[in-house]
Design a protein around this ligand. Sequence first.
Ligand code: KIV
Ligand code: ZN
Length: 500
Amino acid sequence: MSEDFVRIFDTTLRDGEQCPGAAMSEDEKLEIAHHLAKMKVDIIEAGFPVSSPVQFKAVERIAREVDGPVICGLARALKLDIESAAKAIKPAKKQRIHTFLASSPIHMKHKLGKTPSEVLVMAREAVKMAKDFVDDVEFSPEDGTRSDWNFLREICEAVIEAGATTINVPDTVGYTTPEQYGELFHFLISNVRGADKIIFSAHCHNDLGLATANSLSAIKNGVRQVECTINGIGERAGNTAMEEVVMALRTRKNFYEITTNIDTTLISKGSYLVKNITGMTVQPNKAIVGANAFAHESGIHQDGVIKNRETYEIMTPESIGLESNRMVLGRHSGRAGFKDRIIRLGFQPKTDEIELAYNKFLEIADKKKEIFDEDLIALFTEQHRKTGVSRYSLEYFQVTNGSKTVPTATVKIKVDDVIIEESSTGDGPVDATFKAIEKAVKLEPELSKLMISPVTEGKDALAESSVTLNFQGKRVVGKGSSTDIIEASALSFIDALNRL
Ligand code: KIV
Ligand code: ZN
């Protein structure tokens, strides 16, 4: 790899987590962070340590346990924030503090109540403070794209003098356009004193659907770091999707003439992991990672692809880690083939995990002739997520339903070592099942989200269910999969209860 490359700064665990419903547990964050390291992300923004003890702990654990990328903590331009970030990232081999302060007239006046000169002093002081702890300091003038360009130039010069090594100009509200954002970087790189000593970075939000285009335009104008999230999750319309920028640079290398360090064959698994952990679905037509991204439906397209893939395919499914021949295993596949496939899908299974997942695989293979990669990823991820000891498990369920009957469910739940049987009616079969489970476990958590989606196509497809429960100030996400959608929902509900 030549010296000149685009650094991928992943903020799935910080800006991504800020979107409603995407909060993750410490273990879940760690799992994503390990995968990001495998993908060869350059920098992981692990969180905003001062914002809560939970955030602090997660950043500290990532700093201690995840090797490879620089581990970065976010901090406002305040002493307490910077000290907290420095402490949280301390165990990491490579550490970065990212400090930010708003620079647009509207933010300075109404949010900060500060004059531009006061902001200039605060920015310089914040970077100096961060430099007392680490060499690698990033500064962001928040709402940069709605700031005065000359004021931005002044702030950049001040923070470079104070020791900033990266300057990130965020499009905080998703307002800019590719031409304007590119011009802004061209202006800064040509006019800021000391610009040649630092890396400029792009950070875009997708309110106008322009985040990827804006980031690419920034790259074309000299930016060498892009801040992004897997699947583009993030506040409001989300952040720049990592997979889109990475694959655009790879596929259009002839135009951008620059690349990233990312192992693109791990994109698909990363996307799945984030979807599964956050419960945030990916739209089927989403670029790169949507279920239809490589599907050719029309006869003309199918005919062309059969004759020569390049007629309608600008990148291969294999390049993001999908098999082109999607049917991989069936009822007669042995453990070795199963394990080999799981490893090739990017997992590092332990022996007992393989055994449990293989048994579940055989159960599914009895009901479903063709097992696709997506099924295996769902199955293995679910197995992998299971906590060591589960208090509750589903032994049996039966549901009666029909257009003229009241939906009724009976469940047998193993609670510790005792089997409890309960029945309930409900507004539908899933509601009746959940109510029966609640009676059995004697808990009534608030259900804030239920999502059931097929993993692949066809009427025998595996269904995946994700349940979000709130109980006594705690929020948990449970997962379950089965060829039966009621069973999948019941399993996800019980998984969530175990997490409580
Ligand atoms: O969008 C934004 O401005 C941010 C900053 C903290 C960089 O996320
Ligand atoms: Zn942001």
